[in-house]
Design a protein. Structure first.
Length: 464
């Protein structure tokens, strides 16, 4: 088989293949957007002499990173929800912020988010659900990335957590019809790189009927369904008070747990719920920066190491810019370091396991196992080249350890999706960085006025 592109000369090629091989002076041959060979540079250069070359000399090469949970429309909320707990975060800050966005605000936020994800090595992301899934699909699709989009669904206006903004409120039938329309129109678009799923935003603002019917639709269309679950003590107590069972137990009672279900956070899951996750092959996502920023307790009370040991697929997500970090490399450090600290056990979550969360596990979370997440023959050619000629990468004894413990997304040099370079030399090729940042700066003051949060988020020290 011929190849049209050869990424060659990688100092360390971390394949994440079945044997978890790391190849010195490695290369990847690509044809038609798929990987056709992985091996030593000299051998592949001889086998594919006519291919165009991308030099990875002095670089660490990995599969494209998968951010399994990100709110793209929350990117313009950075700094609007600091030092608040779960109820305040949602009902006094983020829901009012989201309700205040017009279409142009949302578009500016999505563009800014996609830019930050891409420059930090993310080639696939799962949007957490919003009211502008078409815009998310258009921006990511045009940029050349892979993504999952979904429309947010609520049908309970008030819960023990608080009341939703009026613009969020809809009937069960409206929520189902609008969610199905998104899947019908967007799933498989942009050459199949964009997929559309179903989502109910949170269990406490969703009726049993909405949950059951969304899962039925997901099964019918062969796609996933996602929700936030067990992310705070408040949500657990609210579920117990209203339904008499905890959140995942409620889903089990409704018969909706399964391999195409993605649950975010699961930090307050009980032992019984952890067993339900394992038994039903439910996919989960850890979002460490979000929990650390808002003191949810997902690391202090969570069981991510145990879920992984039990064979449960757990991906990694940056969640939103509200928590400051939209960088999966930093999320890898936070989840590894966080669990080491609270368990006082330095061997918990070694870097190899954490990198799996950001790659092969992310592929499973996105329902794309076998297609992305590893550098293997037959998979899509999604690669990240990290520049190691930087202080944070040296000395370089173990590339997996450096990637998790010292590197950040700022060391990304090149990002390739489907054999096409989207970032080169640290600069985005398919997005206008300057225009995106300028538009974000221009729109920020208006968003601050519309949210009415200016006094709450102003600097605590005098501004002169």
């Amino acid at each position: 088989m011929s190849a049209d592109l050869l990424v060659t000369g990688a100092e360390w090629l971390i394949t994440l293949d079945r044997e978890r091989r790391i190849i010195r002076n490695g290369a990847v041959a690509i044809s038609g957007g798929r990987i056709v060979a992985v091996g030593k540079s000299a051998k592949l250069a001889a086998a594919y002499p006519d291919a165009s070359h991308v030099s990875a000399r002095g670089m660490v090469v990995t599969p494209g990173l998968v951010d399994s949970h990100i709110h793209t429309t929350f990117q313009m909320s950075r700094g609007l929800a600091d030092e608040v707990g779960s109820k305040q975060f949602l009902f006094e800050r983020m829901y009012p912020y989201e309700a205040a966005l017009d279409e142009e605000d949302a578009l500016a936020s999505i563009r800014l988010c996609v830019l930050e994800l891409l420059k930090n090595g993310v080639t696939t992301f799962i949007d957490a659900g919003n009211y502008q899934p078409r815009l998310t699909a258009e921006v990511a699709g045009a940029a050349g990335m892979r993504c999952v989009v979904a429309r947010s669904s609520f049908d309970v206006a008030t819960s023990a957590m608080g009341a939703l903004p009026p613009s969020f409120i809809e009937t069960t039938d409206q929520a189902l019809a609008r969610a199905e329309e998104v899947v019908q129109k967007l799933h498989g678009t942009h050459d199949g790189r964009v997929q559309a799923w179903f989502q109910f935003r949170g269990l406490n603002n969703s009726t049993d009927r909405l949950i059951v019917e969304l899962k039925r639709l997901a099964d019918r269309y062969g796609v996933g369904v996602q929700t936030h679950a067990c992310f705070a003590r408040d949500t657990m107590e609210s579920s117990l008070a209203k339904h008499g069972v905890t959140e995942i137990e409620r889903l089990a009672r409704l018969g909706v747990l399964g391999p195409n279900v993605l649950l975010i956070h699961v930090g307050w899951a009980t032992d019984e719920e952890l067993e339900l996750l394992r038994r039903h092959d439910v996919k989960c996502v850890a979002a460490p920066s979000s929990s650390l920023h808002n003191a949810y307790g997902n690391i202090a009370h969570g069981h991510i190491p145990e879920l992984l040991e039990a064979g449960v697929t757990v991906g990694l997500g940056s969640d939103h810019a509200s928590s400051g970090v939209v960088d999966l490399c930093q999320e890898m450090f936070l989840v590894a370091g966080g669990y080491k600290e609270v368990r006082t056990n330095a061997s918990v979550l070694p870097p190899e396991r954490v990198l799996e969360m950001a790659t092969v596990n992310g592929a499973r979370c996105a329902q794309r196992a076998g297609e992305i997440g590893a550098l293997e023959v037959g998979r899509r050619a999604d690669l990240v080249l990290f520049d190691t000629a930087r202080a944070e990468w040296q000395p370089l004894y173990n590339p997996v350890a450096n990637l998790v413990y010292s590197a950040t997304g700022r060391s990304v040099d090149t990002v390739i999706v489907d054999g096409r370079a989207l970032v080169e030399g640290g600069r985005a090729l398919t997005l206008d960085e300057g225009a995106i940042i300028e538009e974000a700066r221009r729109r920020a003051p208006g968003i601050l006025v519309k949210t009415k949060l200016a006094d709450l988020v102003a600097p605590k020290w005098p501004v002169v």
